[in-house]
Write a protein that binds this ligand. Structure first.
Ligand code: ADP
Ligand code: MG
Ligand code: MG
Length: 254
């Protein structure tokens, strides 16, 4: 079952074309890794999927479960089950992590036609999810991400994902400061949460991350397009040979 279908997607920022015809099809149960050189458009792609206002879609289409994702407001996308980590505000002073998660969770429940959980039932749920990320419960009473270290923010991101149970999770590991512990947190969370009912798009330039998460497909993005797709072996090949040979094959940038 195709969950996300991207066809000939083009987008620009401040009048400069960045995405130049992205094609991608993601089925239920799949993990896709998108790799590629710096500046190739990976983060732009995830921001366009999130509905970031700075990015203007100039052509193509994105269907999420058959619906036009590009017509949906960012919040609607989230409620419908598209999870984009950075869509959630980085820091929200004065709002506890627990309250934030409960509100986000209940708005997703409403969308699914389910009843909201009261704080007692939500407490039970969250205790269970804290185990997935091995997070100290003390983080629940702190303001969202305020003063969290990079690793703690990552853990919180995976906690948000565990609570919201998205149909498609798009994770852009932009933070080049991601240390080995943070990599393991992301990997552990993604692996535990992956199921036949959901899909994951993992944008990364760390081949290392794919030692912990085994993708079904690996794509290389360059100059605003996916120029090569393959199986998990492609990531290993990129690790040993770099990107140049792929770019040469696709006659991009050389
Ligand atoms: P990647 O994530 O693959 O490293 P990005 O999507 O961040 O690549 O960037 C792709 C290109 O788009 C780069 O050349 C970058 O400078 C440009 N770009 C991205 N965001 C903006 C922006 N807000 N304003 C101007 N240029 C941008
Ligand atoms: Mg799976
Ligand atoms: Mg990026």
């Amino acid at each position: 079952r195709v969950v996300l279908s991207v066809k000939d997607l083009t987008a620009e920022v401040d009048g400069s074309p960045i995405l130049k015809g992205v094609n991608l099809e993601v089925r239920s149960g799949e993990i896709h890794a998108i790799m590629g050189p710096n500046g190739s458009g990976k983060s732009t792609f995830s921001k366009v999927l999130a509905g970031h206002p700075a990015y203007e879609v100039t052509g193509g289409e994105v269907l999420f479960e058959g619906e036009n994702l590009l017509e949906m407001e960012p919040e609607e996308r989230a409620r419908a089950g598209v999870f984009l980590a950075f869509q959630y505000p980085l820091e929200i002073p004065g709002v506890s992590n627990l309250d934030f998660l409960r509100v986000a969770y209940n708005s997703r429940r409403k969308e699914q036609g389910l009843e909201e959980l009261d704080s007692f039932d939500f407490d039970d749920l969250i205790q269970e999810k804290l185990d997935v990320v091995k997070m100290n419960p003390a983080f629940l009473s702190r303001s969202v991400n305020e003063g969290f270290s990079g690793g703690e923010k990552k853990r919180n991101e995976i906690l948000q994902m565990a609570i919201l149970e998205p149909k498609v999770a798009i994770l852009d590991e932009t933070d080049s400061g991601l240390d080995i512990d943070a990599l393991k947190i992301v990997a552990g969370g993604v692996n535990q949460l992956a199921s036949p009912e959901n899909s994951t798009i993992l944008i990364t330039h760390y081949q290392r991350l794919l030692n912990y998460i085994v993708p079904d497909y690996v794509h290389v993005m360059a100059e605003g397009r996916i120029i090569k797709s393959g199986s998990k072996e492609l990531a290993l090949e990129l690790e040993s040979r770099g990107y140049d040979w792929v770019l040469a094959q696709a006659e991009v940038g050389v």
